[in-house]
Design a protein around this ligand. Structure first.
Ligand code: BTN
Length: 252
């Protein structure tokens, strides 16, 4: 079995810690207020958290579950774009490892042919001229047959596309993430906008999107608006969705 091992993850300037088990690597790093970048990876999370209050399920040793904490110097109003920056970084890294079909579902689900390969949970706290960000990433690596039944959806696994250890996945994804954060600090969302749109699994498709207040809108996916909003061309005009969930997509 490929065990996680901090000595096999090389990220200059980053404090790296691997633990056997913890409730959630995001929760653990949010409690610390580390100065420099810190990465915490766990073989198993006992209370892994997903977006919108959901659970993140990843059986011990089967996937990659880690969080990276770092200071990010950009105006606070731009921080919603961080989750897109993280999605682009993870997708770039997975493609470079051989997962050629890695793509993004807004805002930052990692998918292959519509099946979920991974998810990203970004949590921020204001800190001087910027924020303290904790970016948590979960990626399915080794296929676990019962997992799809448990989460009730089709899943994708790195193993089905590339031969790479979980330490290798962490190194590549975290390295791309650090690079993405530097790009974001110097140029904001524009640094990754073109890549996000190029890797968008539903670009130009007809989407149904459930908004945060429960209403559903339908229209054509038309790229990213300010601060990472998903632009939908509806019959009433262009709508910018800042909070919501894509419930279905089909060719326009
Ligand atoms: C989602 O798709 O809902 C986001 C899932 C994020 C899961 C990762 S696993 C590492 C980090 N720790 C957590 O508790 N959640 C994130």
């Amino acid at each position: 079995m490929d065990r996680l091992d901090a000595a096999q993850i090389s990220l200059p300037g980053v404090e790296i810690q691997v633990v056997e088990r913890c409730p959630s690597t995001n929760t653990a790093l949010l409690k610390r207020n580390s100065d420099g970048p810190t990465l915490l990876a766990a073989e198993e999370q006992t209370a892994g958290r997903g977006r919108r209050g959901r659970r993140w399920h990843s059986p011990a040793g089967a996937g990659v579950t880690f969080s990276l904490a770092a200071r990010v110097r950009r105006p606070l109003r731009e921080m919603p774009a961080l989750s897109l920056v993280a999605g682009v970084a993870a997708s770039r890294a997975l493609r470079s490892l051989g997962v050629a079909g890695a793509a993004l579902k807004w805002p930052n689900d990692l998918v292959v042919d519509g099946a979920k390969l991974g998810g990203i949970l970004v949590e921020t706290r204001a800190n001087g001229a910027g924020c303290h960000a904790v970016i948590g990433i979960g990626i399915n690596c080794h296929r676990v047959p019962q997992l799809e039944a448990k989460v009730g959806r089709e899943l994708a696994f790195v193993d089905d596309h590339a031969r790479v250890s979980r330490n290798g996945v962490i190194q590549e994804v975290a390295g791309a993430l650090l690079h993405g954060l530097r790009e974001f600090e110097s140029r904001g969302l524009d640094a990754v906008r073109a890549d996000w749109e190029a890797m968008h699994a539903h670009a130009g498709q007809r989407l149904r999107v459930r908004l945060a207040d429960g209403r559903v809108i339908t229209g054509i996916a038309s790229g990213l608006g300010e601060n990472g909003a998903l632009q939908i061309k509806t019959r009433q005009g262009l709508r910018a969705v800042t909070s919501g969930r894509v419930v279905s997509a089909r060719a326009a």
